[in-house]
Design a protein around this ligand. Structure first.
Ligand SMILES: Cc1cc2nc3c(=O)[nH]c(=O)nc-3n(C[C@H](O)[C@H](O)[C@H](O)COP(=O)(O)O)c2cc1C
Length: 317
């Protein structure tokens, strides 16, 4: 048993990634009940009603659950974190921004903190920050983050420090992937994309259909969707999404100026889940999704890592 497993009390070393728009309370509860750590992904400015609805799924669980935030959004307003802390999460993740105030607040409430890091400088900062757990996230991963280091080199650097527990993220979509990161010293796997088409994940049918049809070569790393929507993401955090007509024709941002008409068009495309224009954030592990499954089925598949590790051990004994 790893130190992190002892600390958090999970059975399976698998966390669903906190994904705004996809990982609500229903997915987190299903993952937690299947033995992993279920994470709710908070949007930048959630309403109280939304928070209460998500928490209803997890608050009475005897298994661990947590909630993840975009740190840049908490810099402006700590309310979403304060509201979630009232319901007793086991873990809070703070990624993509200054974490000092938010981490202090979580620790005052006795809650562990984690942060996604995407390069060596991030890792160094996270070692100095008030952060308990490092999530080493490679550029293969879906959604926002850096596109600098791959999961494996970053993970090897992070596990070598041997001071804070490390969770691996980015491109993990099968039992083999989980086995690989555990063998490289991770305490657990942080899995986002593989859960996107789970029946408990929130997301329009068009989005889940596109996810099932896409493969390894169909993702792109881009800021085009954020620029079009005029979202306040820092430029170093683009996002990995499925390539579509919009990302193909708007690869070059150097000539872009804010355009209200385009912002409205993108808003409409998102509302209608028109996947030729709207972003479908997903990482390279989209290759491993070809049907809608329950989160429990995905967890059972990923938990096959034990057999993969045993097979590897006997092959190289
Ligand atoms: C649809 C989607 C939404 C995401 N939203 C968030 C988020 O709100 N906060 C966050 O910290 N990370 C978010 N991420 C990134 C994940 O936490 C994680 O880094 C990524 O999913 C791991 O790689 P994988 O997708 O290959 O499993 C999101 C990822 C996806 C695919």
């Amino acid at each position: 048993m790893s130190d992190l497993q002892r600390l958090l009390g999970y059975r399976e070393p698998i966390f669903n990634a906190s994904m705004a728009g996809a990982a609500g309370g229903a997915l987190a509860a299903a993952v937690s009940q299947a033995g992993g750590v279920g994470m709710i992904g908070s949007p930048a400015a959630p309403k109280t009603e939304w928070i209460e609805q998500q928490v209803q799924h997890v608050a009475s669980l005897s298994t661990p659950w947590g909630v993840g935030f975009m740190a840049w959004a908490l810099e402006a307003d700590l309310y979403p974190l304060e509201a979630f802390l009232d319901f007793g999460p086991s873990l809070v993740t703070l990624s993509f921004g200054d974490v000092s105030r938010a981490a202090a607040l979580a620790h005052e409430a006795g809650v562990l903190t984690a942060m996604q890091v995407g390069n060596a400088a991030d890792l160094e900062r996270a070692m100095a920050d008030d952060i308990d757990i490092i999530i080493a996230r490679g550029g293969e991963g879906g959604g926002h983050g850096r596109n600098e280091a791959g999961t494996l080199p970053l993970l090897q650097l992070a596990t070598a420090q041997q001071q804070k527990p490390v969770i691996a993220a980015g491109g993990i979509g099968t039992a083999r992937g989980v086995a690989a990161v555990l063998a490289a010293g991770a305490s657990a796997a942080w899995v986002g994309t593989r859960f996107l088409a789970a029946s408990e994940a929130t997301g329009h049918k068009n989005v889940k259909d596109a996810i099932q049809q896409a493969g390894l070569d169909d993702t792109t790393y881009t800021r085009a969707f954020d620029v079009a929507q005029q979202l306040p993401w820092a430029p170093e955090f683009g996002g990995r999404a499925l390539r579509n007509e919009f990302s193909d024709t708007h690869a070059d941002l150097s000539t872009w100026a804010p355009d209200e008409q385009l912002r409205l068009e993108m808003q409409e495309a998102r509302a209608e889940a028109r996947t030729s224009m709207a972003p479908v954030y997903a990482g390279e592990a989209v290759q491993f999704i070809d049907s809608v499954q329950s989160a429990a089925e995905v967890m059972a598949e990923l938990a096959g890592f034990r057999k993969v590790l045993a097979d590897a051990a006997s092959r190289f004994a």
